[in-house]
Design a protein around this ligand. Structure first.
Ligand code: IPM
Ligand code: MG
Length: 376
């Protein structure tokens, strides 16, 4: 039986609460699909600062090294907001993890289920039937990591300097991944850049265009990022797979999250290749939500779906991952809603974190029973 080692970094705020539900769902699919996980919990973010003075304690990083995947909750909160920016939970934990492991590919699905369109701020007429977008964000290049970086005085004036730089190999590897993702979906890929102004974007566009010759079954289009920001709220259904550089991806995926209705629904995966395996950090797109932490009302679905992405991408447990996705959809379709999803429509059953976890577990159980029934 396969055993996978998982570094469980629940972090701060709602992180531990939603992680608890994801781990319950993981236990259920493990049993049914015949694999094991060995889970090692470590502090990160504010919890790391409290435990050992650093958002990413050495011991936590060592466990991530030893693991097959990292299941991450969320980090940050008012308690640590006055620390210098580099030491704060968000920057002090996530960016070093991305850099350390070279997690260059960030997959952010933006799915608005047909049942949840009312939770989206967009008008019904724009999103009838929901939509399903996958943003592939480059995660270790561009302005976030480009050198030089500088903040200080130059020639008698205070300046701030960042460098947007891309190398061909960085665009190629994220490009290949995005084209392959498009092959697994509707064979349409929209590359987002700012090639009318930025050299890094001219390179981006040239390389994407060049790669498209190797993927004749994928229809590649290009869009400027300002237009993409507008098109996302004008007609999100036009997009299938989007590929874009780090900073643009950061901004567009927050916009995507908003139009989907709730941050509490969106998982993410940050991936790299390690040996012949896909290593990854799997985390909800939403933050630590300190305002509702500790009340047991947070939506655990993004964390559960992130766990599902881990099964799919790092463990190759595709059936188990499909079962998790399906169970989440089933729980929503029979009306279960955490508070963030509630719109007051008839048929909604507004529940807390644990009860949403139960609803997903029940839906899984029903699937298993159905499978057994079909096999008999
Ligand atoms: C994200 C976050 C991070 C980013 C921050 C916390 C560094 O906004 O994952 O989108 O900008 O990448
Ligand atoms: Mg962001």
């Amino acid at each position: 039986m396969s055993t996978y080692r998982v570094a469980v970094l629940a972090g701060d705020g709602i992180g531990p609460e939603v992680m608890h539900e994801a781990l319950r769902v993981l236990s259920a699919v493990e049993q049914k699909y015949g694999f094991n996980t060995q889970r090692v919990e470590k502090p990160v973010g504010g919890a790391g600062i409290d435990a050992s003075g650093k958002a990413l304690p050495a011991d936590t990083l060592a466990e991530c090294e030893a693991a097959d995947a990292i299941l991450f909750g969320s980090v940050g909160g008012p308690k640590w907001e006055n620390l210098p920016p580099d030491e704060r939970p968000e920057r002090g934990a996530l960016l070093p993890l991305r850099a350390h492991f070279g997690l260059y590919a960030n997959l952010r699905p933006g799915v608005c289920l047909p049942e949840l369109t009312a939770a989206s701020p967009l008008k019904d007429s724009l999103i009838e039937g929901g939509f399903d977008i996958l943003c592939v964000r480059e995660l270790t290049g561009g302005m976030y990591f480009g050198q030089p970086k500088f903040y200080g005085e130059r020639e008698g004036e205070l300046i701030g300097l960042d460098t947007m730089i891309y190398h061909r190999h960085e665009v190629e590897r994220i490009g290949h991944l995005a084209f392959r993702a498009a092959q697994g979906r509707s064979h349409r890929l929209c590359s987002v850049d700012k090639a009318n102004v930025l050299s890094a974007s001219v390179l981006w566009r040239d390389v994407m265009t060049e790669l498209s010759a190797q993927y004749p079954d994928v229809q590649l289009s290009h869009m400027y990022v300002d237009n993409a920001a507008m098109q996302l709220v004008r007609n999100p259904g036009q997009f299938d797979v989007i590929v874009t550089e780090n900073t643009f991806g950061d901004i567009l995926t927050d916009e995507m999250a908003m139009i989907c209705g709730s941050l509490g629904m969106l998982p993410s995966a940050s991936l790299c290749t390690r040996g012949n395996k896909t290593f990854g950090l799997y985390e909800p797109s939403g933050g630590s939500a300190p305002d509702i932490a500790g009340q047991g009302i947070a939506n655990p679905i993004a964390q559960i779906l992130s766990m599902g992405m881990m099964l799919r991408h790092s463990f190759g447990q595709v059936q188990a991952a499909d079962a998790v996705d399906k169970a989440v959809r089933a729980a929503i379709s029979v009306g279960f809603r955490t508070r963030d999803l509630a719109t007051g429509s008839p048929g909604e059953r507004v529940v807390d974190t644990a009860a949403m976890g139960d609803a997903v577990l029940d839906a899984l159980e029903q699937q298993f029973n159905l499978v057994n029934y079909q096999h008999n």
